[in-house]
Design a protein around this ligand. Structure first.
Ligand SMILES: NC(=O)c1ccc[n+]([C@@H]2O[C@H](COP(=O)([O-])OP(=O)(O)OC[C@H]3O[C@@H](n4cnc5c(N)ncnc54)[C@H](OP(=O)(O)O)[C@@H]3O)[C@@H](O)[C@H]2O)c1
Length: 430
């Protein structure tokens, strides 16, 4: 069988771009032997052509600008791995207009305008691949995109924050775990996007689109991160039978209501996501027809992301259709709307309370006044200490009731800091 040839241009030659080039160049022979395809990289675009890099751009491939790439008839597919919203958006739209296929790893851009890009790809009859934008879960995407009865999905979509939480489970403070993640190259100097849940919510927007057909505005998704947690929380949670993870959740409720959030949450220890360690990612889906499905995988980095991009290249070579769902008729007839308040659930509350007789009774009394059942109460600490941690696990309750109780307790002056986290189970309890 003759091999098919594809001309490639890579926009960006950083962590991902150089990884894609190394894979296509270094593994060209096994790729051709297995898939009967040859990928030729003809052009590479960077922002600072003269910069000295750990991995230099191969000689002769540096493009002067996007126009040179668009005008090159040898280039069939553009791989956008430069990041940011602009000019990535313009480059992608111009590439589609010029008849090129597009593969992107840009989760921020897809979260912001994935529908527009997908619509243009469809109108132009061109392939749009985006596995690199959801590296750790991309192999499950075809199944998610083709399902019809997904009820909920829960994911650990950010390897950096999961690495930090894993180190905190081993007893490190948040600050020490973050410093270690930065030393190992998992976290940027400014870790905001990772530890405050912003990266996770961009990926949640994409996964929610695949599962439910609706592209949420990521900025509308209620999002909190992991900065408020301490190693003590990890220990208490484990004692109660849970791990704490930065969880991205979306769940279809009755009446076209879609709940979505990114927040530190308690996951039962028997849940596959509780076992996601270090910089890995994981996803779990509940489908009314197929039951539960889960997948754990490396979520980022040069090689895993290059492999996700390669997955798209093979889909393109095989003539597979685009996975990004078209606007749903269901959403057009009766729009799906985002719900920011979750259904009743169980909550973990940790407070640092003044160590005086009766403090625990005073706290539990306020919960009782709010009609909140407590499933577990833990009070630990040294006898003579000025403050002691008090941990409560509620039964199913509205989040507003928990917030009211916590505010009342804080108003007594008996407690200072307070950590609140929701228990997330794949299937909601009725
Ligand atoms: N890193 C990961 O593990 C990972 C995982 C999944 C998805 N992604 C996504 O992949 C994309 C790239 O990430 P990365 O980590 O590879 O970034 P990176 O290491 O910062 O590399 C970005 C590359 O894009 C080039 N670039 C940036 N702006 C440009 C512009 N205006 N014009 C031309 N070139 C430009 C840069 O040029 P210079 O070299 O001249 O600065 C650099 O080569 C992002 O969308 C990211 O979210 C990354």
């Amino acid at each position: 069988m003759d091999s098919k040839d594809f001309g490639v241009a890579i926009l960006g030659f950083g962590t991902v771009g150089s990884g894609v080039y190394e894979l296509l160049h270094g593994a060209a022979l096994p790729i051709e032997a297995k898939y009967a395809v040859r990928f030729h990289v003809y052009k590479i675009l960077v922002r600072r052509p003269g910069a000295i890099r750990a991995k230099p751009v191969p000689p002769g491939l540096l493009a002067k600008g996007i126009s040179e790439i668009l005008a090159d008839p040898r280039v069939d597919v553009i791989i956008e791995v430069m990041g940011g919203e602009s000019p990535a958006r313009e480059h992608i739209l111009e590439s589609l207009k010029a008849g090129k296929h597009v593969i992107t790893a840009n989760k921020k851009l897809l979260g912001a305008c994935g529908d527009t890009i997908a619509e243009q790809a469809r109108a132009a009859g061109r392939f749009l691949g985006f596995s690199g934008a959801i590296t750790g879960c991309h192999q499950l995407c075809p199944s998610i995109a083709r399902s019809v009865m997904i009820r909920s999905l829960m994911g650990i979509f950010n390897g950096t924050s999961n690495y930090i939480l894993t180190r905190m489970e081993a007893g490190q403070s948040f600050a020490d775990a973050l410093a270690e993640a930065q030393r190992r190259g998992y976290a940027e100097a400014d870790p905001t996007e990772d530890v405050d849940g912003i990266d996770s919510r961009n990926k949640l927007a994409i996964m929610t689109k695949l599962a439910f057909g609706k592209l949420l505005d990521p900025r509308e998704i209620p999002t909190t991160g992991i900065r408020q947690l301490s190693a003590t929380d990890m220990t208490f949670a484990r004692e109660l039978g849970f791990a704490i993870k930065l969880l991205a959740v979306s769940r279809m409720l009755e009446g076209q209501r879609l709940y979505a959030s990114v927040r530190a949450s308690l996951v039962p220890l028997e849940d596959p996501l509780a076992g996601v360690q270090g910089a890995h990612n994981g996803i779990q889906i509940y489908d009314a027809l197929r039951g539960a499905q889960a997948m754990l995988a490396p979520g980022a980095g040069s090689q895993p992301t290059a492999m996700a991009v390669f997955h798209d290249l093979i889909s393109l070579a095989r003539g597979e259709p685009n996975l990004w769902p078209p606007p749903t008729t269901r959403d057009r007839a009766e729009p799906i709307h985002l719900v920011k308040v979750p259904s009743p659930g169980e909550y973990y509350v940790r407070m640092n309370a003044k160590n005086h007789p009766g403090v625990l009774a005073a706290i539990t009394r306020i919960f009782a006044q709010g009609q909140i059942n407590l499933a577990n109460v833990l009070q630990k600490g040294a006898a003579g200490a000025a403050t002691i941690p008090v941990v409560l696990l509620s039964g199913p309750v509205e989040e507003a009731a928990i917030n009211t109780a916590v505010k009342k307790i804080q108003a007594t002056g008996d407690v200072d800091s307070c950590v609140l986290a929701r228990v997330e189970r794949l299937q909601e309890r009725n």
